[in-house]
Design a binder for this molecule. Structure first.
Ligand SMILES: C[S@@+](CC[C@H](N)C(=O)[O-])C[C@H]1O[C@@H](n2cnc3c(N)ncnc32)[C@H](O)[C@@H]1O
Length: 385
């Protein structure tokens, strides 16, 4: 296999290469975004800084970087990774299985194999590499849903508006679609699945990392606000048999949330539909906001916090799970590019620890601590004041 980083810069990147080689190494879905969309930045800084030719350096980022992103998303949507098992498959068989044109599919797979996603074992036959295998839907840490999500037309086209977004401050999404994501989703049910699948897959990968740094055993009732389809809540409840849980999200999302109706957690959980700008379920002693606040302006984020403040028990805790809030002006590409995605899609942003502190105070909470996790996110813990 030709490793992506070798193909790009001639020698393996220190961090990402480990993930390609060792499937057992934690590989959060959110990281996949880093790898194929922005990893070039780290490769660039880690491996190419010593190259003399500045234009060569830029080319490593945009060629194949920019093209590889959509190629990976397309191959995920087409379902090629699922169609290849333990042994190589001929491209004509793959084209038949996936309903695609043999020659076009061959060109797609050949391009991807040049950067370590699939490998051509003999002419016209492709097998998995660790990277391509992670695109299988049944992979324990599947990257499939994030690959589909990040290449979806509404994200891809919105990102194409970046220059205008930077000039105007208006998100590319709003420029193109004239509405916010919730309204867009209501009118595009096929994309709801794409969105929810990516969020759920990210949450599944985050569960272990969260449980490693935060002890839920002292609580009675956990409420996940904007909790999507309930994967994170399910994982927390499964780890703590004495805990009850409430999932809160928009009614349409709750309607498609079935994971809490299965198994041992079914009797200890309920799913409630509503609008967190109006009210949130009461009675919890730990409230979670994962990946929610970064989609909103400060004023909207404060409104959500105030609703939680009026519902939480006096001795309760609020956990905000988002990209690690840095305390210095260090540049973290994972967070910085997530912030760029927020600029592209929403009116929100990634926040620093100081920004969280002041947001929390405005919402009636006091910052306690920020705990990094082994995944891309940190846990900001706060208590009511
Ligand atoms: C980025 S997703 C995060 C989902 C989940 N917490 C996770 O990390 O996988 C934001 C969630 O907030 C929900 N949401 C957005 N606006 C909402 C509102 N006004 N009331 C309740 N939930 C809302 C969305 O439906 C979505 O599930």
């Amino acid at each position: 296999m030709v490793p992506i980083s070798s193909a790009i810069v001639g020698r393996p990147s220190r961090v990402y290469w480990r993930w390609f080689l060792e499937p057992s190494v934690s590989f959060p879905a959110a990281e996949f975004f880093t790898i194929y969309c922005i990893a070039g930045m780290e490769w660039f800084y880690a491996d190419v800084m010593d190259q003399e030719n500045a234009s060569f350096q830029i080319f490593q980022l945009i060629w194949p970087g920019a093209l590889a992103a959509q190629a990976i998303s397309a191959v995920a949507r087409i379902g090629v990774a699922d169609a290849i098992g333990r042994s190589p498959e001929s491209v004509s068989e793959l084209a038949k299985t996936t309903g695609t044109k043999v020659e076009s599919l061959y060109r797609l797979l050949r391009a991807l194999s040049s950067v370590g996603v699939f490998t051509e074992t003999e002419s016209g036959h492709f097998a998995h590499t660790p990277a391509s295998e992670s695109l299988r839907r049944d992979h324990p840490q599947t990257t499939h849903h994030w690959a589909v999500f990040l290449g979806a037309h509404w994200i891809w086209n919105s990102m194409g508006e970046l220059e205008k977004t930077v000039a105007s401050g208006q998100s590319g999404f709003k420029r193109l679609f004239g509405e916010d994501i919730d309204l867009f989703m209501a009118q595009n049910p096929d994309q709801v699945e794409v969105y929810n699948n990516a969020m759920s897959s990210g949450s599944r990968m985050m569960i272990q990392a969260l449980l490693e740094v935060y002890d839920f055993s002292r609580f009675e009732c956990v409420v996940d606000i904007g909790g999507g389809q309930g994967e994170l809540l399910k994982g927390i409840l499964e780890a703590h048999s004495g805990l009850r849980g409430k999932l809160f999200d928009q009614p349409a999302v709750i309607a498609s949330a079935s994971v809490l109706t299965e198994g041992d957690v079914a009797d200890r959980s309920e799913a409630i539909g509503g609008d967190f700008f109006e009210s949130v379920p009461t009675g919890g002693d730990v409230y979670i906001l994962k990946g929610v606040l970064h989609g909103f302006t400060d004023d909207d984020a404060v409104s959500i916090l105030k609703k939680i403040r009026s519902a939480i028990r006096a001795n309760g805790r609020l956990l905000i799970i988002e990209a690690t809030p840095e305390t210095s002006n260090e540049v973290n590409p994972r967070k910085a590019f997530m912030d760029l995605l927020m600029l592209t899609l929403t009116a929100g942003k990634e926040r620093s620890e100081d920004e969280f502190r002041s947001l929390l105070i405005r919402g009636g909470f006091e910052f306690i601590q920020s705990r990094p996790t082994s995944a891309t996110n940190a846990v900001v813990e706060a208590k009511p004041i």
